[in-house]
Write a protein that binds this ligand. Structure first.
Ligand code: NAD
Length: 262
């Protein structure tokens, strides 16, 4: 059908990206899963999603710390399905350390994966969306794209950066007079492997135990005192991809339990 779009979701063999991929598959869209690995599990996940939703799902390996591979991911998706209509820039990593001890290699990797990869995939996808006259780019930023916390300098710099990229691309779509939008989703804490890994780092940085870090460091910023879910992120992306969201562009949508209201 004409309503079937092709969606690329970066970093989607886990966590939020996988939740978004499942939600787009449930809409019947073609879905391209991605990570930097190329395992049986990765391809099995694609088969499992396609069987569950009756859509077409493929897994494409690309290490998004490399700009050329990021562009190739979009090109391969277009080769497979004809074009890329929906691009969700979700891949991300975290590292927690005081700025004066922050390893340069970690800074560079976080800027490359969390920010520059979105520049490269966007640059590859925008011409396809302009040609079709329709497109959706959704960047998964963070509450840390709008606010800061100590010990996360690279992540917060990258997330603020992707909010700026989002606004600029939205203006360029508007200038081109195409029905394409670019927005950022800003999640609060979602209990994914990325957050699980931070718990230990935060325990060290703050000298606290696990429960204390969850309460006093993580959910302390989230007024609902509840983790957001990957299903809620999927639903938000599906809404942004709908025609009802045509005039929502160049903005951020917080799904953060009230974090940024405080
Ligand atoms: P996650 O660790 O479960 O998933 C991250 C995904 O990125 C994985 O699929 C991983 O394989 C992929 N990835 C990492 N490095 C990559 C690389 N070099 N090339 C390709 N793929 C790579 O984490 P998550 O919590 O699901 O995070 C997803 C996004 O959501 C990230 O951008 C993160 O910053 C953002 N986010 C997460 C939270 C949260 O609380 N979990 C909150 C706000 C924003």
């Amino acid at each position: 059908s004409e309503d079937i779009k092709t969606a690329v979701v970066t970093g989607s063999n886990s966590g939020i990206g996988l939740g978004i991929a499942r939600a787009l598959a449930a809409e019947g869209h073609n879905v391209v899963l991605n990570s930097y690995t190329d395992s049986e599990d990765d391809h099995g996940l694609a088969r499992e999603i396609a069987e569950a939703h009756g859509n077409r799902t493929v897994y494409v390996k690309a290490d998004l710390s490399n700009g050329d591979e990021a562009r190739m991911l979009v090109e391969k998706a277009a080769e497979k399905f004809g074009s890329v209509d929906i691009l969700v820039n979700n891949a991300g990593i975290q590292h927690v350390a005081p700025v004066e001890e922050f390893p340069t290699a970690k800074w560079d990797a976080i800027i490359a994966i969390n920010l520059s990869s979105a520049f490269h995939t966007t640059a590859a996808a925008v011409p396809m969306m302009k040609e079709k006259g329709w497109g959706r780019i959704v960047n998964i930023a963070s509450a840390h794209g709008l606010t800061a916390s100590p010990y996360k300098s690279a992540y917060i710099a990258a997330k603020h950066g992707i909010v700026g990229l989002t606004k600029t691309v939205a203006l360029e779509f508007a200038e081109a007079k195409v029905a394409a939008t670019c927005n950022a989703v800003c999640p609060g804490y979602v209990l994914t492997p990325l957050v699980e890994n931070q718990i230990e780092d935060q325990m060290k940085a703050h000298g606290m135990g696990r429960e204390e870090v969850l309460e006093k460091v993580m959910l302390q910023r989230q007024p609902t005192r509840e983790f957001a879910t990957v299903e809620e992120m999927g639903g938000t992306v599906v809404f942004l991809c709908s025609d009802h969201a045509r005039q929502i562009t160049g903005t951020t949508i917080s799904v953060d339990g009230g974090w940024t209201a405080l």
